[in-house]
Write a protein that binds this ligand. Structure first.
Ligand SMILES: [Fe+2]
Ligand SMILES: [Fe+2]
Length: 280
C-alpha cells in the first residue's frame, strides 16, 4: 500500500541540519545565553554566511553593517535568528519541480515564505508573545508536498475523479486515494526531523484546523496565512478557497476580516524584500 511506501520515503529524507536543531534547543532553553547560540552556529559556515546576508538585507533595514554572528544576534534577537536557521535549513527542499501539485521552480519557496511571513504579521497583530513558532510552522506547512508529489502524480486521475465528480476537496481526495494527505505527511516529516511538537501540529492539521484544540492558535493561524498568502503571491495549485472556513479561523484567532487587508499590504512589501534576498 502507498501509505507504507510514503512513510518509508519520509525515513529516507536527508536529516534537517543539525546546527539548526541544536540552536533551536538553545533558544528555547531559558538558561542558555546569546553567546551559547553563537557558539553553536559559528562552526557552520554556510548557515553563518546566510545569517549575515539576511541580517544585512533590506528586509531588516538595519542602520549598521552586521559583520559578525554576535552582532547579528545582538541586533536581531535570538528568535529572529532561529527563523533564519529554519529558512536556511529548508531552502534546498523548496526549490524544485513538484509535478503532482503543478509546482515549478520557485513556486513552493514563494508560497512557503509568504505563508511564514503572513503567520508572523498576523501573530504580531494578535499580540502573540513570540512569533517564531508560527513562522516556522508556516514555512514548513506544505513540506509534505515534497514527499507526496510523486505519489499524487501516479494516482492523479483517481484523485481528480473524486474532486470533479464527488465534490471532494483536493486534500480529502489525497487522503482517500493515498491513505495520507500532504499535511499529515508534512507532520511526519517534521517529527522525523526532530522539530518540536508545537510546530508539528499546525503542519499536520493546516487543512483541518477545526480538529485542533480551541486554545491552539497556531493551527488556525497557519490555515489563514496559507489561504490568504495566495492572494499576494504564488499559485493556488490544487488547493481551494473557503470563505466560511476563513471566517471561522479568524474567530478562533480573535482577528477581524479588516485585519487581513492591512496584513496583506505588509506581506506584499516584505515578500518583495525577502524574494530579492533569496535571489541574491
Ligand atoms: Fe497545504
Ligand atoms: Fe499551502
Amino acid at each position: 500500500m502507498e501509505k507504507e511506501e510514503i512513510l518509508y520515503t519520509i525515513k529516507g529524507l536527508p536529516p534537517f541540519p543539525e546546527t539548526a536543531l541544536k540552536a533551536i534547543k538553545a533558544v528555547k532553553d531559558p538558561v542558555s545565553s546569546a553567546q551559547d547560540l553563537v557558539n553553536i552556529i559559528q562552526y557552520d559556515q554556510s548557515i553563518t554566511a546566510n545569517i549575515l546576508r539576511f541580517a544585512n538585507s533590506a528586509y531588516f533595514g538595519l542602520q549598521v553593517r552586521v559583520t559578525s554572528l554576535k552582532q547579528a544576534v545582538a541586533y536581531l534577537g535570538s528568535k529572529v535568528i532561529m527563523d533564519m536557521l529554519f529558512l536556511s535549513g529548508s531552502l534546498s527542499y523548496f526549490r524544485g519541480e513538484y509535478d503532482g501539485y503543478g509546482l515549478k521552480g520557485e513556486d513552493l519557496l514563494t508560497h512557503s515564505v509568504s505563508t511564514a511571513l503572513m503567520c508572523r504579521i498576523l501573530g504580531e497583530r494578535i499580540g502573540l508573545e513570540e512569533t517564531s513558532t508560527v513562522f516556522t510552522a508556516g514555512l514548513l506547512h506544505d513540506i509534505g508536498k515534497v514527499v507526496l508529489s510523486s505519489f499524487v502524480k501516479d494516482r492523479y486521475d483517481e484523485i481528480m475523479q473524486l474532486v470533479t465528480y464527488e465534490n471532494y476537496s483536493f486534500v480529502t481526495a489525497e487522503r482517500e486515494v493515498l491513505g495520507m494527505d500532504h499535511a499529515q505527511v508534512g507532520g511526519e516529516v517534521a517529527k522525523e526531523w526532530g522539530i518540536p511538537e508545537e510546530i508539528v501540529r499546525p503542519i499536520s492539521l493546516h487543512h483541518q484546523f477545526e480538529k485542533a484544540p480551541l486554545e491552539d492558535i497556531s493551527t488556525p493561524l497557519v490555515f489563514l496565512s496559507d489561504q490568504v498568502s495566495f492572494v499576494v503571491g504564488g499559485t493556488m495549485g490544487a488547493d481551494r478557497w473557503s470563505f466560511k472556513r476563513i471566517k471561522e479561523a479568524l474567530t478562533r484567532c480573535q482577528l477581524r476580516e479588516g485585519d487581513l487587508d492591512g496584513a496583506m499590504l505588509t506581506l506584499r512589501e516584505s515578500l518583495k524584500e525577502v524574494q530579492e534576498l533569496l535571489r541574491s
